[in-house]
Design a protein around this ligand. Structure first.
Ligand code: DC
Length: 229
């Protein structure tokens, strides 16, 4: 089978990154979590006092984007492509609630989206890539070989994210997580630039009742049928 470009989109906590990571491992591809880029920019803005309440200081932040060093490095211990911000591994810090609750503010700024999309397309120049996000099949790679749209109910997603956070140093209550997911759903689907929507040619997979392994198997089956792997 030739190397494919695979786009995985869907609401937060649908298991996009988990699927993308497993799929990349199975196929020997690279995995890029595009949401991690928006999260890293959010962390940078918070740490440098450019994000107060729900206000982002775009005039200060946008000119600084060109000088940010955001890149991924594969960690063989976690099996994940982890994100670095200006030389520091911020893979864990970008998942904390403070970043999660502010990232939608950053992700709706058109100049920030342009910057991220450019980086994502550059990373996708070589095929053999699985990228997950919100606008990968619609904006970043409209010609992707395969587009998967993952869905699951808000309750199922909140339980998953809550359980994930319990394992970290920064747990949150189920109510906080549910509220955060509902707010992000609304912002992701109603923002003006690149709102989350299913690409016309995407295959929808509802994995609310599936384990990560079952989701992987479902998508591998689609790949076998389409590309004969
Ligand atoms: O997938 P995630 O929850 O880590 O994404 C973090 C935020 O970034 C989320 O609020 C939506 C936004 N995002 C986006 O707008 N476009 C993408 N391609 C990926 C993420």
């Amino acid at each position: 089978m030739r190397d494919l470009t695979i786009a995985i989109d869907g609401f937060s906590s649908t298991g996009k990154s988990t699927l993308a990571k497993l799929l990349a491992k199975e196929l020997g591809y690279i995995h890029i979590d595009s949401g991690a880029m928006y999260r890293a920019i959010t962390l940078y803005a918070i740490e440098n006092g450019m994000l107060r309440g729900s206000e982002v200081n775009e005039f200060e932040l946008i000119p600084q984007l060109d000088f940010l060093d955001i890149h991924f490095e594969f960690n063989p211990q976690t099996g994940k492509n982890e994100i670095y911000l200006n030389g520091e591994n911020v893979e864990e810090r970008i998942r904390e609630m403070e970043v999660s609750s502010k990232v939608s503010i950053i992700a709706k700024v058109p100049e920030i989206r342009d910057y991220a999309v450019q980086m994502q397309r550059k990373l996708g120049e070589k095929s053999g890539i699985v990228m997950d996000g919100r606008d990968i099949g619609t904006t970043v790679f409209p010609n992707a070989d395969l587009k998967i749209y993952l869905s699951a109910s808000a309750e199922a997603r909140a339980i998953r994210r809550y359980e994930e956070l319990l394992k970290t140093e920064h747990p949150a209550t189920y109510e906080e997580v549910f509220r955060n997911i509902s707010e992000r759903d609304l912002m992701d689907s109603t923002r003006e630039v690149s709102p989350l929507k299913k690409a016309e040619d995407a295959v929808e997979v509802d994995n609310g009742q599936m384990t990560p392994q079952q989701t992987l198997e479902t998508v591998l089956q689609i790949i076998r049928e389409r590309f004969g792997a």
